[in-house]
Each structure stands twice: as C-alpha cells, then as structure tokens.
Design a protein around this ligand. Structure first.
Ligand SMILES: [Zn+2]
Ligand SMILES: [Zn+2]
Length: 330
C-alpha cells in the first residue's frame, strides 16, 4: 500500500509500504478516506516526541470504510486511542487515563496510509452520506469538547456567563471556541500569533481575534482560559489573564516546563486543569455535533492528496499554511 512515512527529522516520504495487517484477533482492516494532520504529528516531524521513532506512519485523525469483520462495508471514524478495556479507569469511563493506552501513529502504524488495522471496538459508525473530511475532524473536536466539559464542571458560575480566552487558533483551539459559542458564551476572545490563522479564525465570527503580542493579556479578566498551545509564554499569559477563582484548561503540549506563576495560582485560588484527549462517549457526541452542523460552517479545512502530504508538513512548519486543519486524502 502507499503511505506517507516519517523517515527522519523534518522528512516525510510518500512511498510503497508493506500492507496493513491485523496485529491481534479482534482487529479489522479499514480503508482510509480522510486523515487530518495534528499538532502532535508536527511535533513528531520536528523530532520533538521521543515516543514517535522513525521510520513511522503517523496520523490518527481518520475516517474510512471497513474492509472485513463485523462492520464490513460500514463507514467509520477511528477512535485512535487503544486502551486495555478492563482497568478501573477504562471501566469508569476514563479510558483516556488507562495506563496501557496507546495511540495509533505512535508505537503502532498510523493512518497516513491507504489502509490501517484497528481493534473492532475502536470503530465508530458515521451517519450515511457524511463527508469523510468532516468525520475526520471528530478527533480534534472531541479533544476540545472534552476540555470544555471538564471546565464547565470546575467553573463557579454557568459557562454561558463566563468571559473566555482561547490561546491558539489551530483546530483544537478553534473547536474549543466554537464549542464555547455553542454553549452560549458571548464574551469570547481567541489569541494566535500567526496572521493567516487569525484570518481563518475571524471567518467563524464567534470570537474577538487578537494577536497576543500586541495585547499582553495581563488584565486578569477571564473566568476561563483554554491554553491550546501549552508553551511557556502561553502558560504565563493564562495565569496573568484569569480572574481570581477562575479556571485554566491546559491542552497543548508544545513544551513541558516553566511559565506558571504558582504564587498567583495559590493566592487567587486558580484552578489549573490538565486535559488529555477524550473518551469514546466524547467521540460519539462530537460526531453528532459535527454532523448536525452545531459547530457552524467548517469551511476552513484545507484538503489535499496524501501524496502531497510532505509539502503540507513543510508549509505548516514554516507558518505558510493558514488552515487550522489540513486533511489528507489517500
Ligand atoms: Zn491529534
Ligand atoms: Zn485500561
């Protein structure tokens, strides 16, 4: 089969690879129709993720058609998070915290390919006729929706009353903003340093869009801050921007250290919450939201053939691609 393979630092190669084969009983082959490029794929491409060792097929935001097994012929979204299914976390609906969790495109091949083998229980059927590129947005959108769900429980007042700041206008940040708007948040600001991404975000019409470099957000007026970047500067901005008693959701993982003013967090009773991926139920709910149009017109997707994936990685890295999400089609 043909696949886009991460071969070395900043090298992606579209080439012939051995066909996908089931790694286990209970797995099934899926023909990929659409697969998104994630910030974490970019992170790996730059050699910043020790878990993703080349040569490796990356990609985990995928939709396609099942080729065999019980769902043969059905169109599905992949739940890329493979978990044990029997630990306390899995049984408690917190599969994202399973100690044995594995993501496709990390220790096993990902979805930048014509075919992939997946456990049956990681396949979620998609509504008849739903566009594969739209369905492939389920994974990043679910990451944002899971984070907003956690934030909603931590806020002292109803989320619709909150003044909210989202830092980062990639797909997860943008989906966080769209989800907040859908839940009635009207005082919403989105910050991104990239002009092209600010322009894409502006088109959604749900938030005031700012360049954080021009607006050092130190006025401590946001009840909720969602950090979809996760770097030192964005963490500093998060702590400086949040109201006393407010909530910071930390989603991005650009780097791991620095930027937290622990003194302010302590003295102002700020809630700082880390959030990772989603549960299977989050994925199902997100798919329904995308299909119903609840998150608005998602016309900011940039679709390209998988064969041109290497160029997309280069452009995303140099900041020459303003689309919050590039979807590749094998
Ligand atoms: Zn991702
Ligand atoms: Zn488990």
């Amino acid at each position: 089969m043909q696949a886009l393979v991460y071969t070395a630092n900043e090298e992606m190669e579209f080439r012939e690879e051995a066909d996908a084969t089931p790694l286990d009983a209970g797995e099934t082959l899926v023909e990929i129709e659409a697969v998104g490029i994630c910030g974490s794929d970019m992170h790996a491409y730059l050699g910043h993720d020790p878990r993703r060792v080349p040569p490796l097929i990356l990609g985990h935001e995928a939709a396609g058609r099942v080729l065999d097994g019980p769902l043969s012929g059905k169109r599905v979204v992949l739940n890329p998070l493979i978990t044990c299914g029997h630990c306390d976390h899995c049984l408690n609906g917190q599969q994202n915290l399973c100690a044995e969790r594995d993501l496709i495109g990390m220790y096993r091949p990902g979805a930048f390919a014509q075919r992939i083998s997946m456990p049956h229980r990681n396949l979620i059927e998609i509504p008849e006729g739903m566009d594969a590129a739209l369905a492939a947005l389920t994974e990043p959108a679910a990451t944002a929706i899971h984070a907003v769900n956690l934030a909603e429980r931590a806020l002292a007042r109803p989320i619709s009353e909150a003044r909210a700041l989202v830092i980062g206008g990639g797909s997860v940040g943008l989906f966080a903003a769209l989800t907040l708007a859908h839940r009635g948040v009207t005082r919403l600001t989105l910050a991104d340093t990239n002009l092209l991404r600010r322009k894409s975000a502006e088109k959604t019409g749900v938030a005031e869009i700012i360049n954080p470099i021009d607006h050092p957000a130190a006025d401590s007026s946001f009840d909720l801050v969602i950090d979809a970047v996760g770097g030192k500067a964005s963490r500093q901005a998060s702590v400086a921007s949040v109201v006393p008693g407010g909530v910071i959701m930390h989603i991005g993982l650009m780097d791991n250290n620095d930027g937290l003013d622990i003194r302010r967090i302590t003295l102002q009773e700020i809630t700082f919450i880390g959030t990772y991926t989603y549960t299977p139920v989050d994925l199902r709910n997100t798919l329904r939201h995308l299909h119903s149009g609840a998150l608005g017109k998602l016309d900011w997707i940039d679709e390209r053939p998988l064969a041109e994936g290497a160029k997309a990685f280069k452009q995303l890295n140099s900041g020459d691609c303003g689309a919050p999400k590039v979807i590749l089609r094998p």
